[in-house]
Design a protein around this ligand. Structure first.
Ligand code: SF4
Length: 353
């Protein structure tokens, strides 16, 4: 495998592009690693990015490691939604460090800018990330390097510190000027698109983390599809349209319940739980799934019996139901996720006092 001088963490955002290009401008060879998970990353864009930005990029699936970190509970807590930014950065840097030997790399590059984000890019947090990821001697943050202590790589002369920058704060003016100097025509929109920072997605993902015994990547992918309903740790997701219905097929696994109203067009629903389903809970889930079939609802109003085919591990049975939304399966709200996350933050703050 080809050797590189350094490995850059590449999110697809402007800062990560500029950080890698700054080192390349010094004649250093850089391998960019794009980590992705069910919550962030676009592995399908790597080819386009490589061409658009003149970078050598490889996508790496960090989903399992990320979910493990969520399950253990992020040591530095969650941000304004379900985003564990400090632990996420520590994890990505640790994963990149593990790749250094593979690529023969002597340093890591990150596009972090001092003071750009309130939680994860304060000076003290940048130091915590560097320490906990065990990258103290090898990490360069070229966009803000002049405002930070020199690293061993800079002191060794492998990287010319005088050609690194001293960016600070939230503005993008300097970044845009640098992009222009590098001839970068396609400027990514700021924000990054991490699903964990959004309320709507926190509403979907938080019950998976807080109610399932041992959630995995597949669970979080399923939470991203269709309408979500929970009754304790019984979970029902109901497709909203054809693409949701199609998305269930690769996610279906042993023990899952597959619901489809019989004889009428209607959505597919998928039931999952850490424990076995009892008949009453199955019937309640089937009635809710059938309520999203307008034709089945109309037929029920006209006195017809409605059957929902329920399939589990290859065996099917038809359950008779009255379609209805008056159910113990409830749509999880952002407010309840927010309150539980708030209580966690409070408990974390008290235990560190
Ligand atoms: S916004 Fe998402 S991807 Fe970015 S650092 Fe936070 S958790 Fe990680």
């Amino acid at each position: 495998m080809k050797n590189y001088d350094g490995i850059a963490l590449f999110s697809g955002g402007l800062d990560s592009i500029l950080a890698a290009r700054l080192l390349m401008e010094q004649g250093r060879s850089i391998k960019c690693l794009h980590f992705y998970s069910p919550f962030f990353g676009h592995p399908g864009r790597v080819e386009h990015w490589s061409e658009a930005y003149g970078l050598d990029i490889t996508a790496i699936d960090a989903g399992e490691a990320f979910v493990d970190m969520l399950k253990k509970g992020p040591a530095h807590g969650f941000g304004s939604a379900m985003n564990p930014c400090v632990d996420c950065k520590i994890l990505m840097m640790s994963l990149a460090r593990e790749q250094m030997e593979t690529y023969g790399a002597k340093f890591l590059v990150s596009g972090e800018v001092l003071g750009q984000r309130p939680m994860s890019q304060r000076r003290d947090t940048l130091n915590v990330i560097r320490r906990d990821a065990e990258v103290r001697d090898v990490l360069i943050r070229p966009l803000s390097a002049k405002l930070l202590d020199p690293t061993a790589v800079e002191e060794s002369g492998l990287v010319d510190r005088s050609r690194l920058l001293g960016m600070n704060g939230r503005g993008r003016k300097e970044q845009l000027a640098l992009a222009e100097r590098f001839g970068i025509a396609e400027i990514p929109t700021p924000g990054g698109g991490c699903k964990l920072t959004e309320k709507e997605n926190t509403r979907r993902f938080w019950p998976v983390l807080s109610r399932l015994a041992s959630p995995d990547v597949n669970d979080f992918m399923l939470a991203d599809v269709g309408r979500q309903f929970w009754y304790g740790d019984y979970w029902l997701t109901i497709g909203r349209h054809k693409s949701d219905n199609e998305a269930y097929a690769p996610l279906l696994r042993e023990g899952d319940l597959h619901f489809k109203v019989a004889g009428f067009p209607g959505p597919i629903a998928l039931g999952r739980s850490s424990r076995p389903w009892d008949n009453e809970t199955v019937r309640m889930a089937a009635a809710l799934a059938a309520s999203y079939s307008p034709k089945a609802c109309k037929a029920a109003e006209e006195g017809q019996r409605i059957g929902v085919r329920v399939t589990q591990n290859g065996s099917s049975t038809v359950v008779e139901v009255t379609p209805g939304r008056d159910s113990l399966f409830l749509d999880p709200t952002w407010e309840s996720a927010r309150d539980e996350l708030h209580a966690l933050r409070k408990a974390g703050a008290q235990s560190s006092e």
